[in-house]
Design a protein around this ligand. Structure first.
Ligand code: KIV
Length: 279
């Protein structure tokens, strides 16, 4: 049965870890649901791992809607969070309008946006409008350029206190969950303990209330770079290349298709057809 915002809070209280994974299409959403993951994130990471961009900045609302719809169709019984892409939540009005698109047209159950205290107005407006909202702090890929690249955040005292304040402000504004990305384990634990709402870590250590991984990293389907915090549970990239190389070779050597892959015609009709064409 599909989990709810209340279930996620109960899981935190009962110390049951929450599993989240990204997905961007129908078959992978189906697989995630069959595997029993608690929550699917249609992340704007799709810009990098599916669309081949260098960053998440080029991802548009059209992209997010296009990928949220098949995920919803593939995982009807799983809680789906959709990312608000870069520059799609620069005002309260835009935030509400774009969230409405992802929820009403895309079928998402919640939206996620990046940033802490700077996003409090947007988070409060969403929450007041009844939209479940997930925060995202630490390494926030949409502002990676401002952060000096894809770097671990909160390593010094001042920045770690800032991140703690950000997390508290998001909770106070109505976020029901917060993603913590690429921060020291001790900070992940401190933030998680300071909040009533669950934290979902990606490179934020073992003290978070749940974990999220990018699907392509988890399955070994993305090799442009490999984050330290990720874990390969399969090497599908290599398996896909092997399968395609085999197919390529069988086509060229006349091994595929075999008779069992072909549609046969009644031999009498086939003979008539040949004679007709040859006459
Ligand atoms: O876009 C995404 O996949 C994310 C995760 C890295 C949390 O935001």
């Amino acid at each position: 049965m599909k989990k709810t915002v209340v279930d996620f809070r109960d899981m935190k209280q009962n110390e049951i870890k929450i599993s989240m994974v990204t997905a961007y299409d129908y078959p992978m959403a189906q697989s995630a649901e069959r595997a029993g993951v608690d929550c699917i994130l249609v992340g704007d990471s799709l810009g990098m791992v599916v669309l081949g961009y260098e960053s998440t900045a080029p991802v548009t609302m059209e992209d997010m809607l296009h990928h949220t719809k098949p995920v919803r169709r593939g995982a009807g019984e799983t809680f789906v969070v959709a990312d608000l892409p870069y520059l799609s939540y620069t005002s309260v009005k835009k935030t509400l309008e774009n969230s409405a698109i992802l929820i009403q047209q895309g079928g998402a159950d919640a939206v996620k946006l990046e940033g802490g205290r700077t996003q409090v107005r947007q988070v409060r407006a969403l929450s007041r409008a009844g939209v479940p909202v997930v925060g995202h702090i630490g390494l926030t890929p949409q502002s990676a350029a401002q952060l000096g690249g894809f770097k671990v955040q909160g390593k010094d005292l001042a920045r770690s206190l800032e991140l703690l304040e950000d997390a508290k402000a998001l909770q106070e504004a109505g976020a029901f969950m917060i993603v913590l990305e690429a921060i020291p384990e001790v900070l992940g634990e401190i933030i998680s303990r300071s909040l009533d709402i669950p934290t979902i870590g990606i490179g934020a250590g073992r003290g978070c209330d749940g974990q999220v991984l990018v699907l392509q990293d988890l399955l070994g389907l993305f090799d442009r770079f490999k984050p330290k915090f990720s874990k390969n549970y399969a090497d599908l990239g290599q398996k896909v290349v092997e399968a395609l190389a085999c197919y390529n070779q069988e086509v060229k050597s006349h091994m595929f298709p075999e008779e069992k892959h072909c549609f046969l015609m009644d031999p009498v009709i086939a003979q008539e057809l040949r004679e007709l064409i040859e006459s």
